[in-house]
Design a protein around this ligand. Structure first.
Ligand SMILES: [Cu+2]
Length: 155
């Protein structure tokens, strides 16, 4: 009885091993999609994201608002760990020509969506290589101060 059951349990163990490996292979190849909405109340629907070092993330930003882009545009800018998001927001006020991404601070940007008007979408795909806290914000004037900000925690 024992001799007969051994190959069966080995086969079952192999099946289990393949099953355990398959999802990790799939996740390494495909970015993880995170949908975030913005609105006329100046809120992001997601403000905290957990990720692993080396993971590829795809953030889809959807502006659900109806107010015109000049008055209530939204973007989503991901900064490198250690960047000062408040300082970035302050500098962005004078950077309307570059969709509120100040040229002098471009080196801090990991990825940025375009500035969205009402009912527009955009997406960014990027890899978070190093562990750390990656701040993100909407850099439209004053939106950071009202609370359009969050953190991607990579560990
Ligand atoms: Cu905004």
């Amino acid at each position: 009885m024992k001799i007969r059951s051994l190959p069966v349990s080995l086969f079952a163990a192999l099946i289990a091993l393949v099953g355990a490996l398959a999802p990790s292979i799939a996740s390494a190849a495909e970015p993880r999609t995170i949908e975030i909405t913005a609105n006329d109340q100046m809120k992001f629907s997601v403000t905290s994201i957990q990720a692993k070092p080396g993971e590829t993330l795809k953030i889809v930003l959807k502006n659900l608002g109806t107010l015109p882009k000049d008055a209530m545009g939204h973007n989503l800018v991901v900064l490198k760990p250690g960047s000062d998001a408040a300082a970035f927001s302050n500098a962005a006020v004078a950077a309307k020509a570059t969709e509120y991404v100040p040229a002098a601070l471009k080196g801090q940007v990991v990825a940025a969506t375009k500035l969205l008007g009402p009912k527009q979408n955009d997406e960014i795909t990027f890899k978070v290589e190093a562990a750390g806290e990656y701040p993100f914000l909407c850099s439209f004037p004053a939106h950071f101060v009202v609370g359009m900000k969050g953190v991607i925690s990579v560990k």
